[in-house]
Design a protein around this ligand. Structure first.
Ligand code: 2YJ
Length: 267
């Protein structure tokens, strides 16, 4: 799991509304649709949640410690989605206590291993891995006007890759997995997916979900010119030229889509 860096998320909170608009431009769907799709809620339920729920982001010092701007970014994203939100002054357990005392219904918090949204009223929980993978797989589905019967390539068979593969299969897609680690072949085949280890084969695919966490390795000439790429992996695989060539054909962010999906699961 990639640990975010302060400088990567300096403007995330401030730009969270603009990113919602960009998603709407590119996909005809933004935060509201992610809340609906990942959380399985109706738009009435979501509108009610926005009016009534208070969300707190609690900084956590455990392990490698606080990432500057992390809790602020989370609160900013939640606010941009239309919810009331705040960052607690205190950290860890004391921050959780503060959140509850100040009337928070949902708390967001992350340590080095897990990032969750916990609903203090009903016990619902939104895990970042589950929410991120589900949101991005559904984004790929939307970008592609449905995945039924389509050959889809999942890059990387880590946690996010595995979860995206499941959602893609549930959407009717034929799942191929490109993974460099040969030890994962057995698990890929046992799960009923096709195994690809030759990088040249990536070019065959128009529908790609990228769960790898090595930046800048995916070059323009490795990709199908019609490729649509849903890319939660951090850092982004596409190199600078591919980012330019595939502008509007790939979706990637560092925190927003996953956080909104978590909120969808927690409300
Ligand atoms: O509160 C803080 O500022 C920090 N404790 C945040 C830590 C964020 N955690 C991570 O980035 C980990 N890599 C886990 C993320 C899980 C996402 N799949």
């Amino acid at each position: 799991m990639t640990r975010l860096k302060t400088e990567w998320i300096e403007e995330t909170g401030l730009k969270a509304s603009a990113w919602d608009m960009s998603l709407n431009d590119m996909l005809g769907a933004g935060y509201d649709e992610i809340l609906e799709a990942v959380g399985g809620k109706t738009c009435e339920e979501i509108a009610h949640a926005k009016r009534t729920l208070k969300v707190a982001a609690v900084p956590v010092t455990q392990g490698e410690g606080i990432i500057g701007n992390f809790a602020e970014s989370v609160a900013g994203i939640v606010k941009a989605a239309g919810f009331s939100s705040f960052v607690t002054l205190n950290t860890d357990v004391n921050g959780l206590y503060e959140a509850k005392c100040k009337g928070a219904d949902i708390v967001f918090l992350a340590d080095d291993d897990r990032y969750i949204a916990l609903n203090l009223n009903n016990g619902r929980i939104g895990d970042n891995n589950i929410a991120t993978a589900d949101a991005y797989a559904k984004i790929l589905c939307r970008m592609s006007w449905g995945l039924e019967g389509k050959d889809c390539l999942v890059l990387g068979f880590g946690i996010i890759g595995q979860l995206m593969a499941e959602t893609i299969r549930n959407k009717g897609g034929n799942v191929y997995v490109f993974e460099k680690n040969p030890e994962k072949k057995k698990a890929v085949l046992e799960a009923g997916y096709f195994w690809i280890s030759n990088q040249d084969e990536i070019k065959r695919f128009k529908y790609i979900a990228d769960g790898t966490n090595v930046g800048d390795w995916l070059k323009t000439d490795m990709l199908n010119s019609e490729a649509l790429i849903s890319a939660p992996g951090i850092p982004l695989s596409l190199d600078i030229d591919a980012r330019e060539q595939f502008r509007g054909r790939y979706i990637h962010d560092l925190l927003e889509i996953g956080t909104i999906g978590m909120l969808g699961l927690a409300i």
